[in-house]
Write a protein that binds this ligand. Sequence first.
Ligand code: SF4
Length: 370
Amino acid sequence: MNDDRQKRNVMTRKEYLLKQKKQGMHLMGVFPAQYPKEILWAMNVVPAEIWDPPLQTTAASAHLQSYICSVVQSGLELVLQGKTDILDAFLFPHTCDSIQNMASVIFDYIGTQKPCYFFYHPKAPYGASAREFYRQQLRELAENLSSQFGPLDPNVLKEKVEQGQYIARLLEDLYQLRAQNRLDLNNVAFYELIRRGEYLFPDAWAPELEKHVKQQKEAGKESSIPILLSGVLPNPAELLKLLDELGVLVAHDDLLNGSRRLLIPGNDFKDPFEQLTESYFAMPPCSTRGSSVERRRDYLLRLVETTGARGVLFNIVKFCEPEWFDIPNLQESLKERGIPSLVLDTELNQGLSGQLSTRAEAFIETLNKV
Ligand code: SF4
């Protein structure tokens, strides 16, 4: 545990997962990005999401084309280095072709001994049968999981879906407070908190979120530069630290592991499968769910308007096809409206090169004059 964590008495991801395992919970290694975690929770399965394990890629390169994103490279590397022994199974959502290919390498070629589950969610534009298809996928996943983890109790699922909705409301509050600069968290600490949801069970995550909602401060008087952050995931070690140093407030985000899958408007459905279905179709637009560029543009513009962001920083993982397809059009739309934007092409766990830092600093400097 580093000093900061010790002071806050916060367990690391590894410590938390080991503790859960000792207490009899099951652990599921989940690859990005969207999946019905409430079903896993209801079966006493802790999802341990695999986004950016801090590893040097050596073995994975032999199995993959050189132009594949580092999320997939490092995920496969984790498996090949045998660092997934603690896990009971893997779940592969149908996020993009690269995740599909990795699923195939792990399941068909390496032949992992661990059970592998697949979750196919529909892509936009959604046809008339999309909702029914999604409901079927949910039920199928629950049925497949039940052979390993026991039958799904509908009452427990309902409870977990309600818990998921409660967490979504807390996150909405946190994002709103953030936009008003009333959260006592800098960029690094805010995204550390958000990303703890990638492995904490809801009973552990919700109280942390509640604590920060309650600890709101007076609207920030210090002069900070509000921006939006878009892309796949924040790079906590480098980019967010640099933004903190430059006096920048990430007032909101359009991140694949952030607002795009976390901010889900609540409704009150009696049937938990119905609630999960409605939540899926109500999520903000995302390149990995096939949303149109127009919907993504409108979402970004609305966030710029409601948060007063002075610019948009796209932090895009190298070779992330779904994101790169949309970027030129999104940048063009922002430019037409006089909203500055910058695209950074980054690799996981490689820090920010001097050149990328300089470009980010120059961009923030221009926002100072906006
Ligand atoms: S970074 Fe992009 S290409 Fe890579 S797994 Fe994520 S969505 Fe797929």
